[in-house]
Design a protein around this ligand. Structure first.
Ligand SMILES: C[S@@+](CC[C@H](N)C(=O)[O-])C[C@H]1O[C@@H](n2cnc3c(N)ncnc32)[C@H](O)[C@@H]1O
Length: 246
């Protein structure tokens, strides 16, 4: 069923970035429609599992339109710091507007700072971060092993990492239904809502099918140096939250 030709590693960054630039304006609404609103619950649970405390420095890597950043900022309090780091200017622009409109009237949240940055080469000091979260981002980087080793490098010893990502549904029937939805229906709906011409909603299911399953991804996280690596399936394994401790 995997029909969309995925870009090679050398062209992946340019192709993927062009897709997100094209999809940015409709990204949030498409997320809500295509996941039937579930992405909000998945994101809330990810942040609650990350055990963010008052005063923590938190990175939302591949943070895009800053949903996870805003949830994290409510946990790390006025003495904490949240950085939304993403390569894509158009996605960050929308994230920044959202941060400005949602943060100003509220008290007790960490300021969210938006930074254009590549997950494979983070401009952060070693051992400088308490918590790092990535939502639906690592599937899109060109070199997953490089991004994981950067995440490990910037976390403090004892610091926690959580990755929310599409994964492999555990039940065979559920897996077939999900594949039908994601390959046959989702691209058309996504295209109608966003008017996209770059193929991002064909790339989405193809890139999910190519991403390591739950256990293989655990092994990669362990290989990057993390301990206590676990995962939790959500919605029958359509997505999984992987966690590790530096
Ligand atoms: C599917 S969006 C996820 C946005 C947000 N985290 C969320 O959960 O809604 C994936 C994001 O990863 C970003 N991205 C892809 N490759 C990246 C890289 N090498 N470094 C930083 N960000 C990257 C894209 O620009 C895009 O904003």
């Amino acid at each position: 069923m995997e029909t969309f030709p995925l870009p090679s590693v050398t062209e992946k960054e340019t192709v993927v970035q062009n897709m997100f630039t094209s999809a940015a304006r409709a990204y949030d609404i498409n997320n809500t429609v295509l996941s039937f609103g579930l992405h909000h619950l998945w994101k809330k649970l990810t942040i609650s599992l990350l055990e963010i405390r008052e005063g923590h420095t938190v990175i939302d890597l591949c943070g895009g339109t800053a949903d996870l950043s805003l949830l994290a900022a409510a946990k790390s309090g006025t003495t904490g710091h949240v950085l939304t780091m993403d390569l894509n200017f158009a996605m960050l622009r929308i994230g920044l507007d959202k941060v400005r409109s949602k943060q100003a009237p509220r008290q007790g949240q960490s300021p969210v700072v938006v930074v254009q940055s590549n997950a494979e080469f983070l401009s952060l000091k070693d051992s400088s971060v308490d918590r790092l979260v990535v939502g639906f981002g690592l599937r899109n980087v060109s070199h997953l092993d490089l991004a994981l080793s950067e995440i490990f490098r910037v976390l403090k010893p004892g610091g926690r990492f959580a990755c929310l990502e599409f994964s492999t549904p555990v039940n065979g029937v559920w897996r077939q239904l999900y594949r039908f939805y994601s390959f046959a229906l989702l691209p058309s709906i996504g295209k109608v809502i966003s008017g996209d011409r770059t193929g991002i909603y064909e790339y989405l299911p193809a890139s999910i099918a190519r991403f390591p399953d739950q256990e293989s991804f655990c092994s990669m996280i362990r290989d990057a140096g993390f301990r206590d690596v676990t995962y939790r399936n959500l919605s029958g394994g359509i997505v999984a939250i992987h966690m590790g401790v530096r």
